[in-house]
Design a protein around this ligand. Structure first.
Ligand code: NAI
Length: 248
């Protein structure tokens, strides 16, 4: 569908998956707000989209700081007058042996990955409602559902996002907002050519994921025709969490 005259805010939109999401929406004529703390990459992406005839606004934002989010939302509304879709994508991971995980690590990861999604959604909910409704997509992780050692803070933040998703889907139903989560598996944001054959073959899909795999799912969930879908989590991982592993 065309997202002409629709505005989407993508947190962490300057790099990796977020950047692909920004390109995906911009390719469908949306106005995109890139909310990221990486000023160089964010500005460069804003310029790139504007030079190709699209509409983009970069706002330097630290989503772990509630006040920075408020300033960003004000800026977005001032520029575009409306917001329809929010992709809560910004995230960090800090893996540490369990007994070395500090309160600072925990707070940094939880505030960046989870509290940010709550604050962004709270600050934008009424704006989305008065813009005629829309969608929120929270980017969680398959690590919300399964673990390797030392991933407690990250796993908890992503598990929290899944719970936040169904809670907000209920609270924001009367705002005309659908709320869903996407749980990506291995999405390679670096040089895809450097991956080994066994990296690909361990997936049921026989390939590692690409940022565009997640971008297309965001476009699907933000299409107003798909607003019968809400409160759900979509695992997009090439089938990795469906694969049972026993040593032969
Ligand atoms: P990335 O590190 O390539 O990009 C993250 C972006 O978020 C960067 O532009 C960074 O500047 C921004 N960011 C980080 N902290 C921020 C803050 N406090 N305020 C504003 N912006 C901030 O990461 P990637 O791989 O693109 O991941 C995006 C999301 O997808 C994250 O939430 C991550 O947890 C999730 N994810 C990624 C997977 C993968 O395999 N790449 C797998 C599962 C989930």
């Amino acid at each position: 569908m065309s997202f002409k005259d629709k505005t989407v805010v993508v947190t962490g939109g300057a790099n990796g998956i977020g950047r692909a999401v920004v390109h995906g929406f911009s390719g469908q004529q949306a106005r995109v707000v890139i909310a990221d703390k990486d000023e160089n990459a964010g500005k460069e992406l804003e310029d790139e989209i504007q030079e190709s005839g699209g509409s983009a606004l970069f706002v330097k934002t630290d989503v772990s700081e509630p006040n920075s989010i408020k300033v960003m939302v004000k800026r977005a509304v001032k520029e575009y007058g409306a917001i329809h879709n929010l992709i809560n994508n910004a995230g960090i991971s800090e893996f540490k042996p369990f007994d070395e995980l500090t309160i600072e690590n925990w707070d940094r990861v939880l505030n960046t990955n989870l509290r940010s999604a709550f604050v962004c959604s709270r600050e934008m909910a009424v704006v989305i409602k008065t813009s005629g409704g829309g969608s929120i997509v929270n980017i969680a992780s398959t690590r919300a559902l399964m673990s390797e050692p030392g991933s407690e803070a990250y796993a908890a933040s992503k598990g929290g996002l899944l719970a936040l998703t169904h809670a907000m889907a209920v609270s924001l139903a009367d705002y005309g907002i659908s709320v869903n989560a996407i749980s990506p598996g291995w999405i390679h944001t670096g040089d895809y050519k450097k991956l080994r054959e066994k990296d690909h073959q361990q997936h049921l899909s026989k390939r590692v994921g690409k940022p565009d795999d997640i971008a297309r799912a965001c476009l699907f969930l933000c299409n107003p025709e798909n607003n019968f879908i809400t409160g759900e989590n979509f695992v997009i991982d090439g089938g990795m969490t469906r694969k049972m592993i026993y040593e032969p």
